[in-house]
Design a protein around this ligand. Structure first.
Ligand SMILES: Nc1ncnc2c1ncn2[C@@H]1O[C@H](COP(=O)(O)OP(=O)(O)O)[C@@H](O)[C@H]1O
Ligand SMILES: C[C@@](O)(CCOP(=O)(O)OP(=O)(O)O)CC(=O)O
Length: 492
C-alpha cells in the first residue's frame, strides 16, 4: 500500500447528443473540462479502528459543512466486505459509501478472495479527502462577498477548492457532472492505493456500475466515460450488462469482478475527439437550474407515444450531430495540413460573428462556416424536441440569450448542453492567436461575451473558468502540481 494516492477526473459538457445518447444507436459528443475532482487517499499509521472492525475509514469533503463520514470495515468473510457508517454529522453519503464498499470488495476479489485484514495489511486506518474545482459549484455568493463582478478574471481570484459554506445537499451545482467525476476519481484512487492498476476499461466499467448503483438507475454513462477517458464521441453500453448487479443490495467481490471485467458484453464505444486549435469552449452557469431526470422522463415518454414524429426527429438530429463531429475533425486536420490558411481564417473569424455571411474563402473558412450552420441546426432541432414534448429544452429565455451571444464577433456557435433546460449554455469561440489569448491579451470576444452576460436581465448568467480538455483520469505524483491542494490537505 502506498502512503498517499491522488487521482483526478474531469467534468463534462455534452455538446451534442442530449437524449439521443440514451439510445445505444446514437452517439453523444462530450468534451471533458479542465475542472476536475480530486480523491486523495492516505494511509494513517494510527490504529483508531473500532475494536471489532478491521479498519477505519474517514472521508472528508472540506468544501462543505458537516461533510465528514466515518466507516468501519468489518467482517472477515472475504466474499462480503462490510463497510458500515459509524458516525456522521452530515447524514449518509450513499455515493461515497457504495464506492467504498464495492471497490474494496473488488480489490479483495482481484487479489484472490483476500480478507479485509489482508487488504489493509495491518495499517487499519484510511483517510480520504475529496475536493472539486470551484467551477463544479456556483460561485455567485463568493463573488458577491468579494464585491467582484461575474467575470472569469474575478473567478480566478477565488481561492482554489473554496468553501461553499453549505451542506452538500444544498449546494448549487453547475452541471459539470460532479458525482461522475467524484466516483471515477475515488474508485480509481482506491484501486491504485492498494497497488492495483487495472486496464482503463475495467476502471470504466467499475465506475459505471458504482455510479449507476448509487443513482439507482442506469443512465447513458457519457459522464463517467469522459471522466475516465476524456473528450470523446460516446455510444452507451447495453444496460443488460449491469442488470444482474443492479437488483442486488448485497454482492460478492467475485460477482463484481466478473461483471466489470472487459468483455464483449460491454458494448461502450468511445472515440477520442479534441476541439480544433484556436476554438475555445466557453461555459456559463445560468442560475435558474433544471432537474435532468424529470426532463428525461418526459422526453422519453413523449418519444414512446409519438414514435413516427420522434424517430424522424432523432434521425435528423443524428445527422446534424454527426456533421458537427465531422466538421470539428476536418478543422483539426486543416490546422495540421494548412497551418497558415488555418491561422489566418481563425484571425478573421475571431472578428466576425459566426453566422454572418462569409461567402468567399478557403476550405478552412468554408468548414468553419458550415460548423456554425450545423450548430444552429442542432439548436433548432433540440428546440423542436422540447416544443413537441412540452419540455423546456431550449426555453425561449435561453434562445434569446444564445441569439444575442451569436451576434458577437468571434462566436462560432453555441447551445444548451446535455439535457438543456435553464442550467447552462456553451459557446464555441474563434481565437485569433491562442498564445496571446493565454496571456489574456486581445481576447475581445470573451470580453464582449462577459459584458453581455453581466448586463443580461432575464436570466442570471455567470461564466465558468473551465476550458475544454482532451484528457481523462490523471494520476498525480506531486501534490504541489495542483494549485491549492496542499493547503486544503494541511488545513484538515
Ligand atoms: N464533494 C463531494 N464530496 C462527497 N460527496 C459528494 C461530493 N459531491 C457530490 N457528492 C455526492 O454525489 C451526490 C450528488 O449526486 P447528484 O446530485 O446526482 O450529482 P450530479 O448531478 O453532479 O451527478 C451527493 O449527494 C453526494 O453523495
Ligand atoms: C439527457 C441526457 O442524454 C444528457 C444529460 O446531460 P446533462 O449534462 O444535462 O446531465 P446532468 O449531469 O444530469 O445535468 C441524459 C443522459 O445521457 O444520461
Amino acid at each position: 500500500m502506498s502512503d498517499v494516492t491522488i487521482v483526478s477526473a474531469p467534468g463534462k459538457v455534452l455538446l451534442t447528443g442530449g437524449y439521443l445518447v440514451l439510445d445505444p444507436a446514437y452517439s453523444g459528443l462530450v468534451v471533458a473540462t479542465s475542472s476536475r475532482f480530486y480523491s486523495i487517499v492516505r494511509t494513517r499509521s494510527t490504529t483508531s479502528a473500532p475494536s471489532a472492525a478491521t479498519a477505519h475509514i474517514v472521508v472528508r469533503s472540506p468544501q462543505f459543512q458537516d461533510a465528514v463520514w466515518e466507516y468501519a470495515v468489518g467482517c472477515n468473510d472475504p466474499a462480503h466486505i462490510d463497510v458500515q457508517p459509524v458516525h456522521s454529522d452530515g447524514g449518509r453519503n450513499k455515493f461515497v459509501e457504495i464506492a467504498l464498499q464495492r471497490t474494496l470488495s473488488l480489490i479483495g476479489a482481484m487479489n484472490g478472495e483476500m480478507k479485509p485484514s489482508q487488504i489493509f495489511n495491518g495499517s487499519r486506518s484510511l483517510d480520504i479527502v475529496i475536493v472539486g474545482d470551484n467551477d463544479f459549484y456556483s460561485q455567485r455568493r463568493a463573488l458577491e462577498a468579494l464585491s467582484l463582478p461575474a467575470t472569469m478574471l474575478s473567478l480566478d481570484k477565488i481561492e482554489p477548492f473554496a468553501s461553499q459554506n453549505t451542506p452538500i445537499s444544498e449546494v448549487h451545482k453547475t452541471g459539470l457532472g460532479s458525482s461522475a467525476a467524484l466516483i471515477t476519481s475515488l474508485v480509481t484512487a482506491l484501486l491504485r492505493h492498494f497497488q492495483l492498476s487495472p486496464e482503463l476499461d475495467l476502471i470504466h466499467n467499475m465506475a459505471q456500475y458504482v455510479h449507476c448503483f448509487a443513482q439507482g438507475k442506469v443512465g447513458s454513462g457519457f459522464d463517467v466515460c469522459s471522466a475516465v477517458k476524456g473528450s470523446q464521441v460516446y455510444k452507451r453500453f447495453d444496460e443488460k450488462v449491469l442488470r444482474g448487479l443492479m437488483d442486488k443490495t448485497k454482492v460478492t467481490g467475485q460477482e463484481i469482478l466478473e461483471t466489470v471485467t472487459p468483455s464483449s458484453l460491454w458494448t461502450t464505444r468511445s472515440i477520442p475527439i479534441a476541439l480544433p486549435p484556436n476554438i475555445r469552449l466557453v461555459l456559463a452557469d445560468v442560475d435558474a437550474g433544471s432537474d435532468t431526470p424529470s426532463l428525461v422522463g418526459k422526453v422519453l415518454k413523449w418519444r414512446k407515444e409519438n414514435p413516427e414524429y420522434a424517430n424522424k426527429l432523432w434521425s435528423d438530429l443524428n445527422s446534424v450531430n454527426q456533421l458537427v463531429e465531422q466538421q470539428l475533425r476536418s478543422l483539426s486536420r486543416l490546422a495540421e495540413v494548412r497551418p497558415e490558411e488555418y491561422q489566418s481564417t481563425m484571425r478573421t473569424a475571431s472578428r466576425r460573428a459566426g453566422t454572418a455571411a462569409n461567402t468567399v474563402g478557403d476550405e478552412t473558412s468554408r468548414t468553419l462556416r458550415k460548423l456554425s450552420e450545423t450548430l444552429q441546426a442542432v439548436r433548432k432541432l433540440m428546440k423542436q424536441m422540447g416544443e413537441a414534448s412540452g419540455v423546456p429544452i431550449e426555453p425561449d429565455e435561453q434562445t434569446r440569450l444564445l441569439d444575442a451571444c451569436l451576434k458577437i464577433p468571434g462566436v462560432i456557435g453555441g447551445g444548451v448542453p446535455g439535457a438543456g433546460g435553464y442550467d447552462a449554455i456553451y459557446l464555441l469561440i474563434a481565437e485569433g492567436d491562442s498564445s496571446s489569448q493565454e496571456q489574456g491579451e486581445g481576447c475581445d470576444t470573451i470580453s464582449q461575451v462577459e459584458i453581455l452576460w453581466q448586463n443580461w436581465k432575464e436570466l442570471s448568467v455567470c461564466p465558468l473558468t473551465s476550458r475544454a480538455d482532451a484528457g481523462g483520469l490523471e494520476f498525480i505524483d506531486n501534490m504541489d502540481s495542483v494549485k491549492g491542494l496542499r493547503k486544503v490537505l494541511d488545513s484538515i
